[in-house]
Design a protein around this ligand. Sequence first.
Ligand SMILES: [Cu+2]
Length: 171
Amino acid sequence: MTRPLPTFPSLSTPTPAPVHRAAWPLLALALLALLILFIPTPGRTAVPTSRTLRVEASSFAFSPAVIQVNRGDEVTIELVATDVVHGLYLDDYGLEVTADPGQTARLTFTADKSGVFRFRCSVTCGSLHPFMIGKLKVGANDLLWRGLSLLGLAALSGWSWSWSQNGRVRK
Ligand SMILES: [Cu+2]
């Protein structure tokens, strides 16, 4: 049993060279991968939402240390100090909040600047205090879907490759 290989219309000429037949799908895959990586995303126009993020501060780290929001979101950071007094100062936004031990302090703001911003502890809390740093990422979450799309593309190309190998063996 021979199934016809899926070909592009331009390749359905009587005797396509085998090398070209193999190269075209590769080229198409490479182009698709580039598109996935660099095409501008509609995610930037995502409807802003309100989100509340709980950040635990303990000597000498924030948990989570990296938080991600979309531009335009109304963000409330709930800072929980688990041991001693800690603070959170958000670079570039110039915002600060401090939490007493065992207490939760809230900081609400609109994430109107996109980029990656550091936040740091603003209360001297011990020897490693200067290293108590976290990151706020403001932007559309494209990385996730770009990664997933690439993964899907890889799976698809693997599948089609093994399919074409099968077809070749059966001939
Ligand atoms: Cu500190």
